[in-house]
Design a protein around this ligand. Structure first.
Ligand SMILES: [Zn+2]
Length: 303
């Protein structure tokens, strides 16, 4: 394979946003920012984001503190700063959307949005989810309280600190060079929509390197051994809490032994089979995913 250029930032990877990690440790400064009329607030409901009804491309509805009908509460999460203005996210629970707006799942609009916007919404979603699932201390079971604008939770019973977490998962484009040229391996989970095939993926286990996870997952799911494992790029995937680490790997042989508990099917595909969208025998993963990127990148690179 010829040398690949740098991958573009993936959807949901926000590359131009200041998280202001030092500033958020100052509780008095955060309190001021919560009251500042120009501070921006992203409203969410049950992890869904509020977007404008008629915007094309889709666009989240941000309000300023002065436009809110109530003070910005202490549980609003500090996201960071952009152009000197602080931004917070607030989950309203089951509240009603504003007129002219609606709540939607981020994945239904993410790939259509400007990259920076989608990244900021994904960050908000991931942080809100973490708070929802870490209300109690994992060490002693007592309630925890957010600090630092929501970037840590403290247990005041045993003084443990709990930090937002992302679960690393590998995702790998496997190729094999045989008599029919180079082919890539794609599989489908029973959870996928009909006829969709994707790259193989799995979570990293404790004590495991990323390369070991690639080897283990591929062998467990498809019964093949891989080598030449190379890292490609990563994508935050807060649906709900993953970090996808994209790899390439080569299969030692193309004989599959599929674990039907993990995969409904897996098969090898040539570039010719997948290149033309109108003639593809399968459906590729959604355009917002690193899986789709790994496949598309392989399709346009000659072996
Ligand atoms: Zn505790």
């Amino acid at each position: 394979m010829r040398r690949l250029s740098n991958p573009p930032p993936h959807v949901y990877a926000n590359r131009a946003f200041d998280r202001a990690a030092k500033a958020r440790t100052d509780a008095a400064w955060l309190a001021e920012e919560r009251q500042r009329p120009t501070t921006r607030v992203l409203l969410m409901s049950g992890l869904r984001v509020m977007v404008l009804d008629d915007a094309d491309p889709p666009c989240a509805l941000w309000l300023t503190v002065s436009e809110l009908d109530r003070p910005l509460s202490d549980d609003a999460l500090f996201l960071g700063r952009e152009h000197g203005v602080s931004a917070f996210a607030l989950d309203l629970g089951q509240d009603q959307p504003r007129p002219g707006a609606r709540f939607v799942e981020l994945r239904t609009v993410g790939s259509l949005m400007p990259a920076d916007e989608a990244g900021l919404l994904a960050y908000s979603r991931g942080l809100i989810f973490w708070h929802q699932r870490h209300r109690f201390c994992g060490a002693c079971g007592h309630p925890t309280r957010p600090e630092q604008g929501g970037h840590v939770r403290r247990c005041h019973h045993c003084n443990s600190l709990h930090f937002p977490r992302s679960d690393p998962a590998v995702i790998v484009l496997i190729t094999h060079h045989g008599p029919r040229g180079e082919r890539c391996l794609l599989g489908r989970s029973p959870r996928f929509i009909p006829n969709m095939y994707s790259t193989l993926a799995g979570f990293v286990e404790p004590g495991e390197s990323l390369e070991e996870t690639v080897q283990r997952e591929v062998h467990e799911e498809a019964g093949i051994h891989v080598h030449d494992i190379t890292y490609r790029s990563s994508q935050p995937w807060p649906f709900p809490a993953s970090l996808m680490l994209g790899f390439h790997a080569r299969a030692q042989d193309d004989h599959l032994m599929i674990d039907r508990n993990e995969l409904e099917d897996a098969a090898w595909f040539t570039r010719d089979e997948l290149l033309d969208p109108s003639r593809r025998p399968i459906r590729l993963p959604n355009p917002d995913s690193i899986a789709r990127h790994l496949i598309e990148e392989w399709l346009v690179n000659d072996a």
